[in-house]
Write a new protein. Structure first.
Length: 414
């Protein structure tokens, strides 16, 4: 067993054990607090709703444990079990050049991985979400989404992969820098194109027609100095009973989007407060900061890959008999999530800090009380647990736990 195999197995065992331990902590903590609503929420959330949120969280976390074990097994089969080597050998028999073979191997690997993960997606949508009354996705819609995603992967992913693999073969030792520039350019292009060209393939977006709400929102936008290409309502209820709001796009192609489920449950004042929070992310430059963090991480990752693909032990230690640039890229993409498990607390902490800053902005430009009321309604209607395990939350939650977030906002409301 070479050193790469040993490091891989140690990382895999550590990441798997850590995730299972955190998930078990979450299960124990939520179950222990299932029968008592936290005092701060006792007047707004009935015990029945609190128990539903606990049961929903327990069901999702148990499914997550099974998925963790399943993904660990699949990764072992793909690497040391010879799955990737078999797939590579299968495509090599066609006698294509390295570029075409590389694109075929990568696309087919992504497709097979998606198919192998499909049982969990089906269970989550049609069993778990259905059981708790959230699923509104029909089998036809589910299948249509899968086909659209596959088509997008072919239309967008195949040319991108071909360009990346060509640069890896032709651009010399500094290929990783050129690939990074291409990746960042593609990311910016997708941010710009997503609201106008991609999102409408999956959902229907209609201009907000509630004049009272529109006037309130336009006044908020004027106070915040924010311009967009429109305020839209998305038919989120077509797939789920969960509610949300966001703004998307880049430059002048920004859009404000409300789920129809959110508009059905919140008052105009509460919608305004939620939007003020989303605008806070924009005004505090959170999107830009996250992009910079992502850019630095991807640059470091590609530079590391530039060194790794020159090491035969990297391939042989992970079950690959014939080293190649495309197989190096595929291995790196599959192994990166292992390191991501250990980096997750840092990223989650940064995200929670941004949420607090956006709440501060919303309290200044709208009403902290309205935002609290909106959040409590969303916690109740989305069955979000009010009592997550603190350590699990520190690793996994991009938003502060409900009690801490509401307590933070109440300081503005007094």
């Amino acid at each position: 067993m070479n050193i790469v195999t040993e490091i891989f197995l140690a990382l895999l065992a550590g990441a798997t054990a850590l995730q299972l331990w955190l998930q078990q902590r979450q299960i124990s903590h939520v179950r222990r607090h299932r029968d008592q609503v936290p005092p701060a929420f006792a007047a707004a959330i009935p015990l029945e709703a609190h128990r539903k949120a606990a049961d929903y969280t327990l069901a999702k976390t148990r499914l997550g444990q099974l998925e963790t074990l399943y993904e660990t097994g699949l990764l072992l089969l793909w690497t040391l079990g010879g799955g990737l080597d078999w797939l590579d050998g299968l495509w090599r028999t066609l006698g294509w050049g390295p570029l075409a073979t590389g694109v075929a191997v990568l696309l087919s690997a992504f497709l097979l991985m998606a198919l192998l993960e499909l049982p969990f997606s089906l269970w989550h949508t049609f069993v778990l979400e259905q059981r708790f009354g959230f699923n509104r996705t029909t089998p036809r819609t589910f299948l249509g989404d899968l086909l659209k995603q596959a088509l997008l992967m072919l239309l967008l992913g195949a040319p991108l992969l071909a360009l990346v693999l060509w640069l890896m073969q032709a651009a010399g030792a500094a290929w990783w820098l050129y690939v990074w520039l291409v990746w960042m350019g593609f990311t910016l292009l997708m941010l710009w194109a997503y609201p106008a060209f991609i999102a409408p393939l999956f959902n229907k977006f209609t201009p907000l027609d509630d004049e009272r709400l529109r006037s309130r929102i336009e006044a908020l936008l004027a106070r915040c100095g924010f311009t967009s290409r429109g305020i839209f309502v998305m038919d989120g209820s077509r797939r789920s009973g969960h509610g949300n709001a966001y703004f998307t796009g880049l430059g002048r192609n920004k859009r404000i989007v409300f789920f129809d489920t959110l508009l059905d449950s919140l008052s105009p004042e509460e919608v305004e407060a939620v939007l003020a929070h989303e605008l806070g992310h924009f005004r505090r430059h959170h999107v830009r900061k996250r992009m910079i963090a992502m850019a630095l991480l991807s640059l470091a990752g590609l530079a590391t890959l530039g060194w790794l693909i020159e090491q035969p032990a990297f391939f042989h230690g992970l079950g690959i008999s014939q080293p190649s640039t495309y197989m190096g890229l595929l291995l790196f993409l599959m192994l990166s999530p292992l390191l991501g498990v250990f980096l997750q607390p840092l990223m989650s902490r940064l995200s929670r800090r941004h949420e607090y800053e956006a709440d501060d902005y919303a309290a200044h430009h709208a009403s902290a009380r309205d935002l609290i009321q909106a959040l409590v309604k969303l916690y109740r209607e989305n069955a979000s647990t009010l009592t997550p395990d603190p350590l699990y939350s520190a690793f996994h939650d991009s938003h502060p736990p409900a009690p801490l977030r509401v307590a933070h906002l109440q300081r503005h409301a007094t």
